[in-house]
Write a protein that binds this ligand. Structure first.
Ligand code: EPZ
Length: 417
């Protein structure tokens, strides 16, 4: 839990190392439950979501060790999570469902509640699991799935990232073949499938809307380096677009950020692919329109950072949030800095203003918190971002150090300050 004191900063210049993707590491850590052997995950990001999941897996009886910059998970003997709190602490824990069911023939987790950005049901996960032969029952706020899994054809009503990941993992040990139709195509799913194949799974089509899985008897251990975090990279590209600097985002992969990079170039920011990563130059000069979509459309996780860019970009920018029903809470906080934003249901209209002034604001969710730090970089005076709930640490590793190293005036204050 922390607060961040941010001051108006000069154009950011230098190099920012991009960490390993949170949204790739979390499903991969759950995938380690599919084998009794060691699974070594290299360069895990230092994020609270990763440590929360590590403690949950340990609480299920897995051996979870940190060895020379890697996490090693060994699920030789494990059981269902006993403490509901462990699971409810983080929504991504729902991703243990598929592996637990595939390995133990029974899985029980508390139904994850909603969160700030939306109700976030898991009906697609459960629809797919029952298609694979699981019996699904609900009681005392939890869901229990049981049964031997057999291959099936599953059609997802919407290309849910989590449901695709959960079902992909469950199907690897089901008897027979499974086809997932209308699957999500995010890079994190392609990385998960490649990780599972390195364990002996037989998967084809990841990254397309139809994924085929041939069930196998068992999977073996592996060592894996997950992909770079495209959302962290995109957030830092937005920081550059706000201050008008020149940044090398070391390790960032442009092919995972095409929609953002096109949007930033429409706004007048220059992007260049280099062998070491992505070069971003210059401030956003023109307004833009963003409709968040499933991959390869514009990622919902970068909607808030791009709204921070829009606040000082001359002209009228428009945002349509099609993925989550309540993901504009940062708009009210940005307005406290002097931004001109009107929100109507899933549409936000931002009139760029030449002048923002620092104020005390509150991080309402993970990406909103990052957006407020970015906005503070171009607000006169000091902006105090209250992150009492620790949202930012869930998805950004030492954001204040990375921005300060390139000239950003960002200080992390202990929560009690
Ligand atoms: C993943 O969440 C990411 N989290 C989210 O990142 C990201 O915003 C989201 O995908 C969309 O890209 C991780 O990977 C850990 P979904 P997930 O299932 O899997 C509805 C961040 O900031 N839905 O694709 O939960 C759901 O309510 C986080 O890093 C159902 O209705 O996303 C939402 O409106 C935030 N029924 C939409 O689909 C279901 O069974 C997208 O959800 C599942 C989802």
């Amino acid at each position: 839990m922390a607060h961040y004191a941010v001051r108006e900063s000069p154009p950011l210049r230098g190099e920012i190392p991009i960490g390993t993707s949170k949204n790739a590491v979390l499903p991969i850590m759950c995938g380690a439950l599919l084998t009794r052997e060691d699974v070594r995950i290299e360069n895990p990001p230092e994020l609270t979501d990763v440590s929360t999941l590590a403690s949950l897996l340990a609480a299920c009886g897995c051996r979870v060790a940190r060895e020379k910059g890697a996490i090693v998970i060994t699920a030789s003997a494990f059981r269902n999570p006993q403490d509901e709190e462990d699971v409810r602490k983080m929504r991504a824990s729902v991703l243990v469902l598929g592996p637990l069911l595939a390995r133990l023939g029974e899985a029980r987790i508390p139904l994850p509640g909603g969160c700030a950005i939306g109700q976030r049901p898991i009906d697609q996960h459960l629809k797919g699991m029952s298609a694979l032969g699981a019996k699904v029952s609900f009681d005392h706020g939890g869901v229990t799935l049981s049964g031997r899994l057999r291959g099936a054809v599953i059609y997802l009503d919407m290309p849910s990232v989590g449901a695709t990941e959960n079902l992909l993992m469950a199907a690897t040990l089901a008897s027979g073949s499974t086809r997932i139709e209308n699957a999500a195509k995010e890079p994190e799913i392609v990385d998960l499938a490649a990780f599972l194949c390195s364990m002996g799974a037989r998967i084809s089509g990841a990254g397309t809307s139809t994924i085929l899985i041939e069930g196998v008897q068992k999977l073996h251990g592996t060592s894996w380096t997950p992909i770079a975090d495209r959302v962290e990279a995109g957030t830092m590209a937005c920081a550059c677009a706000i201050t008008g600097g020149e940044l090398l985002l070391r390790g960032a992969r442009s092919e995972h950020l095409r929609s953002l990079l096109f949007k930033l170039s429409e706004a007048g920011v220059h992007i260049q692919d280099t062998p070491g990563g992505l070069m971003v130059f210059g401030r956003a000069k023109h307004p833009f329109e963003i409709r968040t979509m499933v991959y390869p459309g514009f990622p919902t996780d970068l909607q808030a950072p791009m709204m921070a860019v829009a606040c000082k970009t001359p002209g009228t920018s428009v945002f349509l949030e099609t993925i989550f029903e309540n993901r504009f809470m940062h708009a009210a906080e940005l307005t406290r800095l002097g931004a001109h934003i009107r929100v109507e249901n899933r549409v936000a209209v931002v009139e760029g203003t030449p002048y923002l002034t620092g104020a005390a604001v509150r991080a309402t969710d993970l990406r909103a918190g990052a957006a407020l730090i970015l906005a503070g970089l171009c607000a006169e005076g000091e902006t105090l971002v209250d992150d009492e709930c620790g949202h930012i640490d869930r998805g950004y590793c030492h954001i204040e150090e990375k921005l300060s190293a390139v000239g950003g005036l960002v200080r992390r204050l202990p929560a009690s300050a």
